[in-house]
Each structure stands twice: as C-alpha cells, then as structure tokens.
Design a protein around this ligand. Structure first.
Ligand code: F6P
Length: 366
C-alpha cells in the first residue's frame, strides 16, 4: 500500500487542521495508508510519524491552530538532520509528503526533495540502511499547501488562514469601535502580515477605516499632514470616531518603519488633532480560533488535490503547490511562486510598486 504523510510547518494558521483531515481521509479513500508527522520538520528528524486512521481526524475541521503541532527545527537546516529525516521516512515506508506552511517551509521541502536521492545514497554508504530497504524509495514526492494568515504568496489568490484572520480583525475592530464612538476617541490598530499589507488593506476596506498604512504603498514625506487632513475632514463631517489600521510592516517612502506609536503621537498632538487616542496591537488573536467556512472549504478542496498530485507525481515532475486562482483549485510550480514572492519583497524594497504588484499577481503555468 502506498503511504502518504501530512505535516504542518511554520506559523500555525486557521485551516491547517482541515488540511490534515482532508489529506488523511483522501489518502485513505484512494486506498493508501495515511500518516501524520508531528511538530513539523522536528517530527521528521525525531521520527515522530504516526499512522492515522479516518476517525483520528474527526472534529479537526472546527479546531484552531494545528493539532499535530509545528516547530522551528534548526537540525533540519543542516544536512545530517535532513539525512535523519529521510531515514525516518524510509523506515516508515513513506516517500510522499504533503506539507502545509508558508513560503519558508515550502522552500525547505523542495530542497529536501532535490537532495533526497543523495541523502539515500549516504544512508546506504554509511551503513544506516541496506540497499534493499531503500530500493523502493529512491525518489521523494512532495506537494505544498500554503498555510499562512498573511496571504503573501505569489501565484495564488488566497492562502489558508487569511480569510479567518481577516474576519477576526474585523470583529475586533467592530468591538473597538463601540468605545471609540462612545468616547469620540481615535484608535490605531496594528495588524499582522509580515511584509504584506493584505490584512491591513482588506480590514480597512471592510471596516471603513479612516486611514491605513501598508508596506506596498509607503507614505510620502508628508504623511503626517496627509493623515491629519483626512482625519480632520472626517471629524468635520460628524464622525465620532477615528480608526487607523497599520500593517506591522508599514514603512515610509524612505524605508523607515512607521510605528503605531508614531501614529498615536500624531493623532494626540496638542498642536494638531488633539484626539484622545489609544493603540491596540491585535497580535496572535488574529491567528487563533476556529477557521471560517471559507478556509475550511479551501483547505478541504486543496487537501484532496494535494493527494491526487502526490499520486500522479513522477520523479521528473516539478514540485507543485496547490493554489486557488479565479476560484479554481489548481497545481502550480512551487519554486516559481517562491521566487516571485521573493522578487516582490525586493521590488517593494526598491520602491518599484508597479513591478511588485505585477509579480504578486503572476500567473504560473499549471
Ligand atoms: O506569518 C504569520 C505571522 O503571524 C506574521 O503575520 C507575523 O509577522 C509572524 O507570523 C509572527 O510570528 P511569531 O508567531 O513567530 O511571533
């Protein structure tokens, strides 16, 4: 029987459990044995790989975080760690792995796959495994599923967890608005997203924020005056509250970080707006809690496609990840997407925003 393993890696995101459930059940449905690797790459290195049955993943759809754990694994960065990982997989009879994580985790997976034949050779020459043990597992097949609240990977319209985080942010802003309105206060709300402004931008649209700061549109030298003017205009129109949403990666046009505190100070300025202002850094509430329906569905459909991809993969096929493009679940080359994502970061650094946006929207051949 073919054996397929699933693993979650990097920061947790809502919907990862739905991925695990989907991969496990689809693998079993297709006549394979399913395994879960616990604690991300750490579990590959330590051999924490457990056979998983249909009923073991019951209830996974509605749970937040990742029930099979995730970890930062320094050993996997080194070749001996990856060799150990290969050995543990072969001992379990596994040469097909679905990994749900961000671009860093998926890049690690691609490297592992390309090194696999030489790692296996080493295991034999070192006497760790016998030729007949490794013979059926000369090639590793891998598929990526993008689990991240940041929605920062090129080549896919959405990542698993972003919809839940966005929904949580909006809920939190709604709560904050009650106090803001009651006291006529201003609130500066900092949201996650690393180098990506997706969460801040969409939350701004969904909550009707007065002003937003995102890395992709760094504010010019006059941002203080620009914001003051807009906030004042809204207040003059009778608005009792002010909501400013700032992405954690926000910068000005010179590449300097714009912090929540800087925005708070500006709103409070005794010679300016004089607003009673508070800052709320939403932090990890954005990543926690159950996944919204959209993420559960995305994770489930992509899990099914991931298993099909593994079953159809050949040693020659390119490593794929599962994307969603114009509402269709599709396979795309993993490294092309990772490279485009890195180029986006570079283009933003170089302030070439047109290029950055084009790269983020890049379409890759299926
Ligand atoms: O990538 C997901 C994310 O939540 C980012 O939005 C944030 O910058 C980062 O992870 C926080 O990482 P940690 O949980 O390790 O502090």
């Amino acid at each position: 029987k073919k054996k397929i393993a699933v693993m979650t890696s990097g920061g947790d995101s809502p919907g990862m459990n739905a991925v695990v459930r989907s991969v496990v059940r689809m693998a079993i449905y297709m006549g394979c044995d399913a395994f879960c690797v616990y604690e991300g790459y750490q579990g590959l290195v330590t051999g924490d790989i457990r056979k998983t049955e249909w009923n073991d993943v019951r209830g996974y759809l509605s749970e937040g975080g990742t029930l099979i754990g995730t970890a930062r694994c320094m050993e996997f960065y080194e070749r001996p760690g990856r060799r150990l990982a290969a050995k543990n997989m072969i001992l379990n009879g596994i040469d097909a792995l679905a990994i749900c994580g961000g671009d860093g985790s998926l890049t690690g997976a691609d490297k592992f796959r390309s090194e696999w034949p030489s790692l296996v050779d080493e295991l034999v020459s070192m006497g760790e495994l016998k030729e007949e043990q490794v013979a059926p597992y000369r090639h590793l097949n891998i598929v990526g599923l993008v689990g991240s609240i940041d929605n920062d990977l090129s080549g896919t319209d959405n990542t698993i967890g972003a919809a839940s985080a966005l929904s949580r942010i909006c809920e939190m802003v709604d709560y904050i608005e009650a106090t803001a309105s009651s006291h006529q206060r201003a609130f500066v709300i900092e949201v996650m997203g690393r180098h990506c402004g997706y969460l801040a931008l969409m939350a701004g649209v969904a909550t009707g924020a007065d002003f937003i700061f995102i890395p992709e549109k760094p504010r010019g030298d006059n941002w203080q005056q620009d914001m003051t003017k807009i906030v004042k205009k809204h207040r003059d129109l009778g608005k009792r509250k002010t909501i400013v949403i700032i992405a954690e990666g926000a910068k000005d046009i010179n590449g300097n970080k714009i912090s929540s505190q800087m925005v708070v100070d500006l709103l409070k300025d005794p010679n300016g707006l004089k607003l009673d202002t508070r800052a709320t850094i939403l932090g990890h509430v954005q990543r926690g809690g159950p996944a919204v329906a959209e993420d559960r569905i995305l994770a489930t459909l992509q899990g099914v496609e991931a298993v099909k991809t593994l079953l159809e993969a050949t040693p020659e096929s390119e490593t794929c990840f599962i994307a969603i493009t114009e509402n269709k679940i599709v396979r795309k080359p993993l490294m092309a997407a990772v490279e485009a994502t890195q180029q986006v970061a570079k283009a933003i650094e170089a302030q070439d925003f047109t290029k950055a946006m084009a790269l983020r929207d890049t379409e890759f051949a299926e």
